[in-house]
Design a protein around this ligand. Structure first.
Ligand SMILES: [Zn+2]
Length: 135
């Protein structure tokens, strides 16, 4: 229904050049981010659902962070943009403004309001990424 991409893909000489030409023809320049939405979905969903989708995609547009969590900048002082993944914090504002149903996180909210089926420590021991945090 929606997608957020960097204006130019990070690698691939020929595909990058092809996309750069197409973006310049469409927009007169290369945007930092490119958000694409399904026109049919946009025509049938509610305003709140569409706003939640747009905001969700905007949350993916972010600034890269250094190893200490501080925003990264390029040598010329401009922000180093990057795509951000999902995390709970990104959804809080969307849910607060549009509700769990419009944001498509009803299942997440319902799950969060129930006791965990597997304890956090158990999850930590089956995920390699989480194991580092549990240890
Ligand atoms: Zn997403």
């Amino acid at each position: 229904m929606g997608q957020c991409e960097m204006g130019l893909p990070p690698a691939g000489k020929w595909s990058r050049a092809r996309i750069e030409l197409q973006l310049q023809q469409w927009f007169g320049g290369v945007p930092d981010f490119l958000l694409t939405f399904d026109a049919h979905y946009a025509s049938v969903c509610s305003d709140a659902e569409f706003c939640a989708l747009v905001e969700h995609e905007l949350y993916h547009a972010g600034q890269e962070r250094d190893q200490y969590g501080a925003p990264k900048f390029r040598r010329d002082g401009s922000p180093a943009f990057g795509l951000r993944g999902h995390d709970v914090e990104e959804f809080v504002g969307v849910v607060r403004r549009y509700g769990a149903d419009a944001a498509g996180v009803r299942a997440l909210v319902d799950a969060a309001n129930r006791p965990p089926e597997i304890s956090r420590a158990s999850i930590g021991h089956i995920s390699g990424t989480c194991q580092l945090r549990v240890a």
